[in-house]
Design a protein around this ligand. Sequence first.
Ligand code: SAH
Length: 239
Amino acid sequence: MPSVSWILHQTSHVGNVGSAARAIKTMGFDQLILVAPKNSDAIRAPDAIALASGADDVLAKTQVMDSLALATKDHHLVFGLSARDREFGPPSISLKEACAMAQGQSCAFLFGTERAGLSNEDYQFCSHRVWIDANPSYSSLNLAQAVMVCAYEMRQSLTITPPTHLKEPTLKATMESINALMDHLREGLIAIDFLNPSHPKKLMERLRSLFDRAGLHPEEVDLLRGVAKQMILKNDKKI
Ligand code: SAH
C-alpha cells in the first residue's frame, strides 16, 4: 500500500481512536496520527485498545502530534473530510475523486472533532474538502465510521486502478511549502499596498482558494515566491 496517513484532529473519545485503528488496518493501512487528542494518552487507554481489537500494533505506533501544521507538512494532498460545504477554503470533491487523485501522491485524510468537525483554520492545511455521499438531511457519520468508509474507498481505488496503469503523476507542492508561500505573498502584497492588514477583505483566503483549485506544483510555488520576494525588495528600495 502507498503512503496514506489517517489524521484525527482533537478527538474526544478514545473508543473512536481504537475503532479508527481497526478500520485502517482492515483495509491494509497503518499510519494513524492523532493531533492534540483530548486524552494525550489515548493510544494506551483501555477503551481504545478494546475497540482496536487486534489492531493494537497500529495503535502502538500511532504518532501523537501537537499541530496540524506538523502532521500535514510533508503531504502533497490533504483531504479534509466534512459533511458540510463552506464559502471559502479548498475546492470540494467527492471521496471517489479524492481517491483517484491520490494515486502515486503522498496523501492524508484528515477528520474533524466529534462535536464540531473541522474549523475554517483547519482547512488552511487541506488541499481539498472531501464529502462522503450521504442522506442530505442526516449526513454526519460517527468519526470512526467516516474513517472506515474512506479507507474502504481508498483500498478499492488502489486495487481497481493500480498506479502502474496510470501515467506518471506529477508531484504537487507540499502543504508546508504552500503555507510558507502564503506568508511570503502576504508580506509582498502589504509591501506594495495591495493588502491593508487592518482591512484584509479575505484577499488571502481568495488567493488560497485559487491556488488550491490550481493544485500548485513545487516549481510554481518557487515562481510565486520569486514574485513575492521582488515585491518586497522593490518596496525596500523605494524607502
Ligand atoms: N458534528 C460534526 C461532525 C462530526 S463527525 C459536524 O457537524 O461537522 C466527525 C468527523 O467525521 C467529521 O469532522 C468529518 O471529518 C467526518 N465525517 C462525518 N460524516 C461525514 C460525511 N458525510 N462526509 C465527510 N466527512 C464526514
